[in-house]
Design a protein around this ligand. Structure first.
Ligand code: SIN
Length: 530
């Protein structure tokens, strides 16, 4: 579908075409809903295709593992901030979600008997991560879902950025305002909008996320009156390939490389994770990323090294990592891989219930854009693709159920077109300097001031304008949440409050917009509240 300066109708508009978005769209179409998927780039350009490690799921065919053990590992990684009910419920639906994905054409790596192979990643007590194409799991999932969507004739509106949810005078969703690649406006009228637009890694100069990860969905939800929580928990992946100081998306070196035996070395060639955590390189991701950051500060080095020389068949098992290393002139079978942490995953997001409903009638969210309570203060590796599959399915079913009880339409209220925007370079510099691994009150406040000083009110005219406004809003939201949480927990590390503080145990920081459209802390709500 291509159109601009137009108005079209659907039952459900899905924003985003990654694992959560396409799973939801396919499910909704199977339930008989008229669905349109809107995506600002090509259908496969989001974060899903870059996911390497796999899908964490207990399929029940291996002795020695259980959903309960997966739940326990998730709670441990989440550092006291997971919602236990969300964890139990989402992980229990994993096997069915993976079966549905396989029925939609995704193929996982299997042994000679046809049983899926399993790998292990940080924080997992068992080998339970299924993978595809060695380390190309996300690419295979995206391929299968896009092919199924195209085969099913699902309308995919590519090259259109979501600007605002339209709402009626009762506050319920009435559609979505979009801009095309040339800045021409369009409107999709629909009583339900599902946000599946990913995270906000582009807040930082160095990230594993693609250019599309600019937090648009969270910004849109906040402007529509929803709340967001746990935004301070930006997960840094411990190991991206370091090939000199660089910005933008960096090549991931999947945690599965460590899961299969690689070890981290400092620049003197000494293994250091054994001094930090009983699980050494397979400690939860926040622990490993923080240890590497400390090591870099101590030694003044720009990277540490991942020694995978002992692994058999590296090029076959990890073809994506191998190719990235070779492109950078590194042979991982002969030399340790230079690595450094980079922004990777938003553990928080738009607050939803366990069916994907936000507080705004007709607005739903699933996947990285959402905060269900599964991840708490630090996401367990490879739980995100699983969450996208489970919550995408549930959100579609919730939409179908809610549409059956829809009140009669009411007049639509036009949203204010003006947004507060600072230049992306200012935002990324401020966030990278002050809101990475190791933050303090003075740095967070200075970053907020620097962004505020560069912020102007204007009407975004194109995709870049919408993205920059979203990044500006998200930056201030993350800074507000990070400044409020006066402790260190999970992926939020305060150098001025280096310990965990029980006062914060079981409290999520919730962000809303004030009357001036600025993000403010509304409350510290009990974990699990939606
Ligand atoms: C990885 O493969 O290390 C990343 C997987 C994830 O972020 O869950």
């Amino acid at each position: 579908m291509t159109a601009s300066g137009w108005s079209a109708e659907a039952d459900l508009v899905v924003v985003g075409s990654g694992v959560a978005g396409l799973t939801a769209a396919l499910e909704a179409a199977e339930l008989g809903l008229r669905v349109v998927v809107v995506t600002k780039d090509a259908a496969d350009s989001g974060s899903t295709r870059w996911a390497q490690g796999g899908v964490a799921v207990v399929l029940g065919d291996l002795p020695g593992d259980s959903v309960d053990a997966h739940v326990a590992d998730t709670l441990t990684a989440g550092a006291g901030l997971c919602d236990p009910a969300a964890v139990a419920s989402i992980l229990a639906d994993g096997p069915a979600a993976v079966a549905a994905l396989r029925a939609r054409g995704a193929t996982f790596d299997a042994d000679a008997t046809g049983r899926p192979e399993r790998t292990r990643e940080g924080g997992h007590s068992a080998f339970r991560v299924v993978h595809a194409g060695g380390d190309a799991t996300g690419a295979e999932i995206e391929r299968a879902l896009v092919a199924t969507s195209v085969g099913a004739g699902l309308p995919l509106l590519t090259g259109h950025v979501a600007v605002d949810a339209l709402r009626d005078e009762r506050g319920a969703v009435a559609g979505l305002a979009v801009l095309d690649d040339h800045g021409r406006p369009g409107v999709l009228r629909a009583p339900a909008v599902l946000l599946a637009s990913g995270g906000y890694g582009q807040l930082y100069a160095s990230t594993t996320n693609p250019e599309t990860s600019t937090g648009d969905g969270i910004a849109l939800a906040l402007r529509a009156g929803a709340s967001a929580a746990d935004l301070e928990f930006v997960q840094f992946h411990p190991t991206v390939l370091y090939d000199g100081p660089a910005t933008g998306r960096r090549p991931l070196v999947t945690e599965a490389v460590r899961g299969e035996g690689a070890v981290l070395l400092d620049r003197a060639g000494r293994r250091f994770m054994t001094d930090v955590h009983p699980l050494a390189e397979l400690a939860p991701r926040d622990v490993v990323a923080a240890a590497i950051t400390r090591k870099l500060a101590e030694t003044g080095a720009e990277c540490v090294y991942l020694d995978a020389r002992g692994l058999d068949g590296f090029a076959t098992r990890f073809p994506t990592v191998h190719a990235a290393c070779r492109a950078a002139g590194i042979d991982p079978t002969r030399e340790p891989i230079p690595v450094t942490p980079a922004a990777h995953y938003a553990c928080g997001g738009v607050v939803t219930d366990l069916a994907g409903r936000t507080a705004v009638p007709g607005l739903y969210a699933a996947g990285e854009v959402a905060r269900t309570g599964l991840h708490g203060a630090n996401r367990l590796a490879s739980n995100s693709l699983l969450e996208g599959l489970v919550m995408g399915t549930r959100a579609a079913r919730a939409v179908a159920a809610d549409l059956a009880q829809l009140p009669p339409p009411a007049p639509v209220v036009a949203p204010s077109p003006a947004m507060r925007t600072a230049p992306r370079s200012v935002v990324q510099r401020a966030m990278s300097n002050a809101a990475g691994i190791g933050r303090d009150a003075a740095g967070l406040a200075a970053a907020s001031d620097a962004i505020e000083a560069a912020t102007e009110l204007g009407v975004p005219l194109d995709r870049a304008g919408v993205e920059d406004a979203a990044l500006t809003l998200l930056a201030q939201a993350v800074l507000a949440a990070a400044g409020t949480r006066t402790e260190s927990r999970g992926s939020h590390i305060r150098t001025d409050f280096p310990e965990r503080d029980d006062v914060w145990q079981a409290h999520s920081i919730e962000i809303v917009l004030n009357d001036a459209d600025q993000p403010v802390v509304r409350q510290e709500s009990a974990v699990g509240a939606a």
